[in-house]
Design a protein around this ligand. Structure first.
Ligand code: F3S
Length: 427
């Protein structure tokens, strides 16, 4: 790679050992990817904590959190002192919600360790947003801004909806970008790679959030990691719909970028979305495709008795919490079921102020933050059958936790929480 003077200086160790190690890793990473240079970034979203049992043990055996950062963010067996981050950096979701640890079956020692890890990351200068939807709580990159973000649902959102530029980074590259403000210039940082590859024509109206999830789930499976361009959208989707669409497309495939013609910023027209390229494939999405996606999202579900309902994947917005409250108010969650709703901790504060948290608690449900069931592996003890209004969660929960999972609308899920039984279906 061709290095600028400041990059060479970091690689030569003129700004300390940690930045030298970070630059060394980024050069190896960039060369493996065929990148010719770096691009500056002032917006990194990643993880530096130690919330898994393995990392906790590693930290205890090797002398603390600098050892974890050295090994797992810098790829260095030598423990180096980690300086404060050089650029704006925010932290993704973690493994537990310390405020609901007991309900999530997390021991006190783990919570104490977790809090130390949080203090460490905050001390390095990270903004502890602790969410997979940082763009809902203040980290909103600008059009064209070069970023280095982890988390597939967030990557696809900022690339496509905001027109920011990032690849799906890993813990290592994001950690190194925090210290150096550099990331290899490749993939979705480059104009040409952002152009569409597949043309998807909608033959039906896509309305609800669940429907947008189904559309994403279908498209992701067809296009895998390419760039779909969607035409025929009748009503511009809101943030929640776009959030569910992207998360689903990124989980059934590896989509990191899409265009909605006339809606997303890099696709004012079909021609602009494809540039000089011709689509490699055209397909339409109608009733039959919607049904197929629904059946795929429900492939593990058989038993109608639902033990656990998970809402908030990706983490819910305040408006989504409000929607659930309107369905829950004055009612009680069934004695055989649990309803957990996940949201960023900042949004939870707003939910407290608005009275939503009380409505949820009065109904016997729980508003949680910082983590989620699939990522943190946190579900009520004994759960065999879950339900979710997120195609991403219904994709991962059975695979990660070995349980069944129904997928449906938010109303279907709340109904399951109130009755203990699944009676959703495709309208
Ligand atoms: Fe977020 Fe967990 Fe879903 S991290 S996107 S709620 S799988």
């Amino acid at each position: 790679m061709k290095l600028a003077a400041d990059e060479q200086a970091m690689l030569d160790g003129k700004q300390g050992k940690a930045k030298q190690k970070a630059m060394d890793l980024l050069v190896r990473y960039g060369e493996a990817l065929g990148a010719e240079r770096f691009v500056d970034t002032n917006n990194v979203c990643g993880t530096v904590g130690a919330s898994t049992p393995f990392l906790r043990e590693y930290s205890s055996r090797h002398g603390g959190m600098d050892a974890v950062f050295s090994e797992f963010n810098l790829d260095s067996a030598e423990v180096v002192e980690i300086p404060k981050v050089s650029v704006y950096s925010s932290h993704l979701q973690q493994g537990i919600d310390p405020e609901h640890a007991e309900r999530q079956g997390i021991a006190v020692e783990i919570v104490n360790f977790h809090r130390k890890g949080e203090a460490y990351a905050a001390g390095l200068g990270l903004q502890m947003l602790n969410t997979c939807a940082p763009y809902t709580v203040g980290n909103v990159p600008a059009l064209g801004e070069h970023c280095a973000w982890m988390e597939s649902s967030a990557v696809i959102y900022i690339n496509s909806v905001l027109g920011a530029r990032t690849n799906a980074e890993g813990r290592e590259s994001a950690g190194c970008a925090m210290l150096t403000g550099k990331i290899p210039y490749w993939g979705y940082h480059i104009d040409e790679n952002r152009l569409g590859t597949h043309h998807v024509e909608l033959g039906i109206e896509v309305e609800s959030t669940a429907d947008w999830g189904l559309l994403g789930y279908y498209i992701g499976e067809v296009v895998q990691d390419r760039v779909p361009v969607i035409t025929g959208v009748k009503h511009a989707p809101d943030l929640a719909r776009l959030k569910h669409f992207g998360a689903a497309a990124a989980s059934s495939g590896g989509v990191e970028m899409y265009h909605l013609v006339g809606i997303t910023p890099e696709a004012p027209t079909l021609e602009a979305a494809f540039g000089r390229k011709q689509p490699v494939m055209r397909f339409s999405y109608g009733k039959a495709e919607r049904r197929k996606a629904y059946e795929r999202a429900n492939v593990t579900a058989k038993n109608p008795n639902v033990d656990f309902i998970m809402l908030g994947c990706p983490h819910y917005t305040l408006e989504q919490i409000g929607d659930v409250c309107r369905l829950l108010e004055g009612k009680r969650v069934h004695e055989n079921s649990e309803l957990w709703i996940f949201t960023p901790r900042q949004t939870k504060l707003l939910a407290d102020q608005k009275g939503y948290s009380k409505i949820i608690a009065d109904a016997g449900a729980h508003l949680m933050s910082d983590t989620c069931s699939a990522l943190g592996r946190v579900i009520p003890k004994g759960t065999k059958v879950a339900a979710a209004d997120s195609a991403k969660q219904s994709h991962y929960l059975p695979a990660i936790m070995g349980i069944e999972c129904w997928f449906g609308t938010t109303a279907d899920c709340v109904d399951a929480a109130l009755t203990g039984r699944w009676s959703g279906g495709l309208e």
